[in-house]
Design a protein around this ligand. Structure first.
Ligand code: F6P
Length: 551
């Protein structure tokens, strides 16, 4: 383990970090007039600028050496070739196949998966056309008018994000409204159903395994809601479409075989919005939009696959993430989309990044020599400027911030877009420049404050600055650009996993809580207490039971 930790590219990075200590971001800009050109990249009208990060061109060169030593290019080739890089589940991670634009064969266990993908896509398209055209009727013969998507985690976050970003609810164009329900909290489904007519409502039940408690409970409650007004029986099948790799379970639930759209083992849940899990996107936004999303992601795939590491956007951004997390020890990262349409992006990224790279062992099961992925959080700007930016500017923690900024507005209103973009750039500038004591004193003095008042006020107004950020400018937010953005984050997450040696495609950590929930549920219903329960859990169970008895 020590030998691995002391591999020479790693040691070179550790040494470089030592030389780096004490240098401020402003001094780095002063020392290198070409800094922005050397620490930014334009691609397809994007501009990624990480010159405000605590790196130098030499840092990037050392990180690239490290990436080569980690065999990044071979891992990337293995990902695209459908090799079984998800070693703990013996599966490929072939989400890129779902957006591949050509029909070039891609084999999993000797079988070309491309024909199955094309067939699923034409079924999605046909079913959505039927729904959108008012040709799908419910049990009473009335056309379906509202759609509720039931799913959780990767079977929810991707399509919910894309629908919210591209086809907001209420702004109905030619599509149907789709409401997303994920939480087993009864309030979620209850709110979604308020105002809907069972006779004209269809449920899309999205679950790769078709065993996830939250999704199955919500689907059963949805079926009960339908049955209460339409009567039970086989006619309710007209109100369900399922997306799953477990066709048998979906059919036993009561979904007609022709309404079960496939998923495959070789697509991870959090990488699945490009599969039939994206059916709700087709229903709400139309096939053209979904296709443009796929094409956008495919263009990022090609860039990632073909471009040398030193000009490769996902790779370079992942290297900066690696530097921040592993060498500078930042335990968090913040993503702030300056786009209300991307309000769900942080939640989507939390699953993508943290479920992928929140692991403590390497692919071969040995303890990680590095740390796992930093916590990731965020909220849209400019709202968040009025919430946690205070903490970013003056708190004691230094956390790298990522500004994701579509430049052109989808729906311009006066000069509001310029104000939004200007705010993003100003925040990045403010984080780096800060406001030194001398400047604060000067400003207070110019306002005529007494020397005593200046000294009392000044410490509160100082912003230390020297806080790192990356700015991603994309020309606009449309389906193609969103596809590129999400594929960028997917590949970046994969690269981060390769750099620390993690299998980014399993999620065994979520199983334990699921397993313990069963016996606890029995106890909450008045049954035996779980034999393994600790004193705290037993006390909590007792309190819940007491409240339940009081009604
Ligand atoms: O949270 C664990 C998880 O397995 C995710 O990886 C997955 O996206 C989610 O649950 C939903 O799983 P399913 O699609 O099988 O219902």
């Amino acid at each position: 383990m020590i030998a691995r930790a002391l591999s020479s590219p790693w040691q070179a990075l550790v040494e470089h970090r030592r030389q780096f200590a004490g240098r401020t971001l402003s001094s780095l800009f002063e020392a290198d007039p070409d800094r922005v050109a050397r620490l930014s990249l334009s691609w397809d009208d994007w501009l990624a600028d990480w010159s405000k990060q605590r790196v130098m061109p030499e840092t990037m060169a050392l990180l690239l050496d490290y990436a080569s030593e980690r065999n990044l290019e071979s891992w990337t080739a293995a990902l695209f070739a459908g090799e079984k890089i998800n070693v703990s589940e013996h599966r490929p991670a072939l989400h890129t196949a779902l957006r591949q634009q050509s029909d070039a064969p891609l084999r999993v266990d000797g079988e070309d998966v491309v024909p199955a993908i094309r067939s699923a896509q034409s079924r999605m398209r046909a079913l959505a056309t039927q729904l959108r055209g008012g040709l799908r009727v419910g049990a009473t013969g009335r056309p379906i008018h509202d759609v509720v998507h039931i799913g959780i985690g990767g079977s929810d976050l991707g399509p919910a994000l894309v629908c919210d970003a591209l086809c907001p609810s209420g702004a109905r164009r030619d599509g149907l409204d789709v409401t997303f329900v994920s939480n087993v909290d009864p309030e979620h489904l209850t709110r979604a159903l308020a105002g809907l007519d069972p006779a004209t409502t269809l449920f899309i039940v999205s679950s790769k395994t078709f065993t996830t408690t939250e999704t199955l409970k919500n689907a059963q409650s949805a079926r009960d809601w339908l049955a209460a007004s339409l009567g039970g029986g086989a006619s309710l099948a007209a109100h369900f479409v399922a997306i799953t790799a477990n066709t048998e379970a979906a059919r036993s639930f009561g979904v007609a075989g022709s309404d079960v759209l496939p998923m495959w083992d070789w697509v991870g849940g959090r990488y699945s919005l490009w599969s039939a899990v994206g059916f709700s996107i087709v229903v709400r936004c139309g096939w053209e939009t979904f296709n443009a999303l796929l094409a956008g992601a495919a263009s990022m795939d090609e860039h990632f696959r073909q471009t040398p590491l030193e000009r490769n956007l996902p790779v370079l951004l992942a290297l900066v993430d690696f530097w921040n997390a592993q060498l500078l020890g930042c335990p968090q990262r913040v993503v702030v989309p300056y786009a209300q349409a991307l309000a769900l992006l942080p939640a989507y990224l939390q699953q993508l990044v943290l479920e992928s790279n929140g692991k403590s062992v390497t692919r071969d099961g040995t303890a990680l020599a590095r740390s796992s992925a930093p916590a990731l959080w965020g909220e849209p700007g400019s709202n968040s400027q009025h919430a946690f930016f205070q903490w970013l500017h003056q708190g004691t923690h230094v956390v790298p911030v990522e500004f994701v900024v579509p430049v052109r507005a989808a729906h311009p209103l006066g000069d509001q877009q310029s104000i939004l973009v200007g705010n993003a750039l100003a925040q990045a500038q403010a984080l780096m420049a800060g406001k030194p004591l001398a400047q604060v004193r000067e400003e207070l003095s110019a306002r005529g404050l007494s020397p005593e008042a200046i000294e009392a006020q000044a410490p509160h107004r100082v912003c230390p600055g020297d806080r790192p950020s990356t700015t991603l400018l994309l020309p606009e937010l449309n389906a193609r650009r969103l596809g590129q953005l999400l594929a960028l984050y997917e590949h970046r997450t994969f690269v981060e996993g390769v750099l620390v040696g993690i299998n980014s495609f399993d999620q065994w950590g979520v199983e334990l809580g699921k397993a313990l929930a069963g016996p606890l549920l029995t106890a909450l219903r008045g049954g035996a207490e779980p034999s393994q329960a600790d004193a705290s859990t037993r006390a909590l169970i007792a309190h819940v039971r007491a409240l339940a008895r009081r009604g």
